[in-house]
Design a protein around this ligand. Structure first.
Ligand code: KG4
Ligand code: ZN
Length: 332
């Protein structure tokens, strides 16, 4: 049985996981909270933090899995997409370890891994299925025909859904990343405010107009009442969340209807959002979809998903050369 150590360092989470025979034995993540004070991820700070975190995180993942490094069959690592300086830390570390242990190196596409996280636990989707991948950097509807065979049907033409949460939250004074906080506040409010709906062709998305619409709305309200945000925070959050979820579900319905595929999954950081999870269930019940929602630990960036994706590559003997380099804009 192969035992694979996986490393993820594409953005601001340093993560390591161990997988053995389809079972994720450990999934340890160090989240870099330092970026909160800057209102967004500072790439240079992120790569320095990865350098500090990577050895203790890998050690913790091996200890938790109770696996000695000499028992490993392969080292997997995120090749991209992501921040180049962050990716380099993980890739360099993984290469060194694979070289010193004399075991294969496996490179993993971060966006494919978000989707394949669905194979970490039951129930697992069967093929083909559609996956709405929504993170801080991406918003895609992907048709998944086989574990390593995927096609993007629609993508955002500007901001990602996670960015829409984070940037709207920033306007309201929420800490970065605002998505999780906005989700909590939205649960206490009602979606009573309306924002502009983007008009985008086909299965593509646009979220930059929403951010502008929220900004102008709040500016106008604050002129009338300087305490408008404080007094209505829960309702504003509920309204922003409602609109983002509405846009996502509308395009997902269109994709399902155009492809005839009724197995529908969500993935990526924003799939942790309670409004999106609920809307997917309700829509799925209405339209007869079989829906797949990942466990929370597999929604945001984590090496467990990299490990699951790597196992598929391992079975195909799809190994990487030591001259592999990270790619910030790696495509699915
Ligand atoms: O997949 P991820 O961890 O990192 C990227 O690859 O980007 O996604 C991070 C994004 C952030 O924009 C964060 O605000 C958002 O996911 N997010 C959420 C929630 N949890 C994380 N957005 C809305 N509701 C949540 N509960
Ligand atoms: Zn991600």
């Amino acid at each position: 049985m192969p035992i694979i150590l996986a490393i993820e360092s594409s953005c601001d989470d340093t993560s390591a996981a161990v997988i053995k025979d389809g079972v994720v034995l450990s999934n340890v993540t160090a989240t870099q909270t330092i970026h909160e004070k800057y209102g967004g991820v500072v790439p240079e700070v992120a790569s320095r933090k990865h350098q500090i975190n990577i050895i203790p995180v890998v050690k913790a993942a091996l200890d938790k899995a109770n696996v000695d490094k000499t028992k490993l069959s392969a080292i997997a690592v995120t090749k991209g997409p992501g921040l180049l300086g962050s990716l380099i830390v993980g890739v360099s570390f993984a290469k060194s370890l694979s070289l010193s242990l004399n075991i294969p190196l496996i490179n993993v596409n971060h966006m494919k891994a978000h989707i394949l996280a669905h194979f970490a636990e039951d129930p697992k989707p069967s093929f083909p299925f559609l996956c709405l991948t929504v993170s801080g950097g991406h918003t895609q509807i992907v048709k998944v025909t086989a574990p390593l065979e995927m096609e993007i049907l629609g993508t955002t033409i500007d901001d990602a859904a996670g960015e829409a949460f984070d940037k709207s939250g920033k306007i309201m004074g929420l800490k970065y990343p605002a998505g999780p906080e906005m989700d909590k506040l939205a649960q206490k409010g009602n979606p009573i405010f309306e924002f502009a709906e983007p008009k985008v062709e086909g299965l593509n998305f646009s979220f930059s107009g929403l951010k502008t619409s929220i900004l102008y709305f709040l500016k106008a309200q604050l002129k009338k009442n300087p305490h408008f945000i404080d007094e209505n925070l829960n309702d504003i959050c509920a309204s922003v969340q409602y609109q983002i979820v509405y846009i996502l579900i509308k395009k997902l319905k269109q994709a399902a209807s155009e492809t005839g595929i009724t197995q529908i999954a969500i993935a990526g950081g924003v799939s942790a959002n309670s409004g999106l999870r609920k809307a997917l269930e309700v829509t799925g019940d209405e339209l007869g979809w079989k829906t797949y929602i990942p466990a929370f630990q597999y929604c945001t960036d984590n090496a467990g998903m990299i490990a699951v994706a790597a196992e598929f590559s391992y079975k195909e003997k799809n190994f990487s050369d030591l001259d592999m380099v990270p790619e910030a804009r790696l495509k699915i």
